[in-house]
Design a protein around this ligand. Structure first.
Ligand SMILES: [Zn+2]
Length: 89
């Protein structure tokens, strides 16, 4: 099975967590929390997304503190499609 990573929040997606396009078809680039009906669910900045995701990193044991988690995410997010485009602008 090849695991897709949401290109907005970096979450590994299960089949049922895929986002959806405007026509209701499946969008496997983004997860259902980030992308729904052809639009991003939250119009947030990369930093806001890192703030939002950091507690989950700590919870999942990938980081020890929120600060450490956020730092890691801020380094990781620019490799994802959603933030990559903005970086170039
Ligand atoms: Zn996502």
């Amino acid at each position: 099975m090849d695991m897709k990573i949401c290109q907005s929040c970096g979450m590994p997606m299960q089949e049922e967590q895929y986002g959806s396009n405007k026509d209701g078809s499946r969008n496997d680039t983004y997860c259902c929390y980030c992308y729904k009906d052809g639009e991003f669910a939250q119009n947030c900045t990369m930093e806001e997304m890192a703030d939002f995701c950091a507690p989950f990193e700590v919870e999942g044991g990938r980081s020890k503190t929120i600060e450490e988690a956020k730092e890691g995410l801020m380094a990781y997010f620019p490799t994802l499609l959603r933030w990559k485009e903005k970086q170039d602008a």
